[in-house]
Design a protein around this ligand. Structure first.
Ligand code: HEM
Length: 308
């Protein structure tokens, strides 16, 4: 495998950063598009049910900022060839921030994190809703410039970075949205708010379907540019890791289909356990999604198959 154990801190930091980014962005999409506007009769109930997800958004934003800082220092160490402690000096870090694309992307994303912090602080104000939504999508999409897509040159580079940005936004909306949906369903279970649960689950599965379509379309573009052939998919470490990712993705799809085709139609009452099963399946989907983000944490540090 052309990935050495020495890179474990970088891979782990990337995976934690992808997961934290996905959860904060997914929660903003969930509260802005899926849980809002609520059915008139349940308006008050919704407000109290999204509180738990907001707390998770705050926590994840904190983890995203801390892991971005660690990622910057680890990248500075690998770029400069210096040990971690020396590479964390202000001179080296300012050189990486001012003179590398990776550093500039981290600086822009720190600005977006500050914007998100302000919007989350004023989350109950309608005026904060759309800047929050735009900053969240930009926070996820801007990661594309720090990965392999950001290194592809020429016209293909524009297509690759645009596809990867959409890929990242769809991944965040689906996986992060799942975390918020699970918290929301548990809160609905406690208060027996059945029509609200079915209203929100119905909207979530529409957004979920759009995310799956986007992930497939942009994933194929990523694969064509970074793998290039079925042969490379089979004989290279990068290709085989991507196949593992696709297997995990297929498992996620299976749970999503059971939720949509079997459990959602049965969401007429709490007696048949449909909400309980929906929460379990969504948790399984979330765990698979987080494992995919760990796999992507490795993929981004390897030589793309097309170059092997
Ligand atoms: C739940 C489903 C999926 C999630 C959560 C997901 C997530 C991600 C993330 C976070 C990245 C990193 C982008 C970067 O560093 O710039 C990525 C890259 C990638 N994804 Fe996906 N993806 C999913 C499905 C797919 C599918 C279905 C395909 C193929 C059809 C695919 C192919 C790729 C490829 C080739 C890359 C580039 C990896 C690299 O930077 O070397 N993904 N994905």
């Amino acid at each position: 495998m052309d990935w050495s154990a020495a890179e474990t801190p970088l891979v782990a930091t990337r995976a934690v950063h992808f997961a934290a980014t996905a959860i904060v962005v997914g929660d903003v999409v969930f509260r802005s598009v899926i849980a809002a506007p609520p059915p008139r009769a349940e308006a008050g109930v919704v407000a109290s049910r999204v509180i738990p997800t907001l707390r998770v958004a705050w926590f994840s934003l904190g983890i995203a900022v801390i892991s971005a800082g660690l990622w910057l220092m680890l990248q500075a160490s690998s770029m400069s060839g210096m040990p971690f402690d020396q590479a964390s000096s202000s001179d080296v870090l300012s050189t990486v921030i001012n003179e590398t694309q990776f550093g500039q992307v981290i600086a822009v994303r720190l600005g977006l994190a500050i914007c998100l912090t302000v919007c989350l602080a004023f989350d109950t104000r309608v005026i904060a809703r759309w800047p929050e939504f735009a900053a969240a999508l930009a926070f996820a999409g801007s990661l594309a410039w720090s990965g392999h897509a950001g290194a592809t040159i020429g016209e293909t580079g524009y297509v690759h970075v645009a596809a990867d940005a959409l890929h990242l936004i769809a991944a965040a909306a689906w996986i992060g949205g799942l975390a918020s949906l699970i918290l929301f369903l548990r809160a609905c279970c406690r208060s027996k708010a059945v029509s609200l649960a079915s209203h929100v689950v119905g909207r979530f599965s529409i957004i979920g379907l759009m995310c799956v379509g986007t992930l497939l379309f942009t994933g194929v573009i990523n694969t064509v540019i970074l793998v290039g052939s079925v042969h490379a998919l089979i004989v290279t470490d990068y290709g085989r890791l991507l196949v593992l990712k696709l297997a995990l993705f297929s498992l996620m799809l299976m749970f999503a289909l059971i939720n949509r085709l079997v459990l959602t139609p049965r969401l007429s009452s709490f007696r048949n356990g449909a909400v309980g099963w929906l929460t379990c399946n969504s948790t399984a989907e979330l765990v698979l999604g987080l494992i995919i983000l760990a796999v992507v944490g490795i993929l981004g540090t390897m030589h793309p198959a097309i170059h092997s």
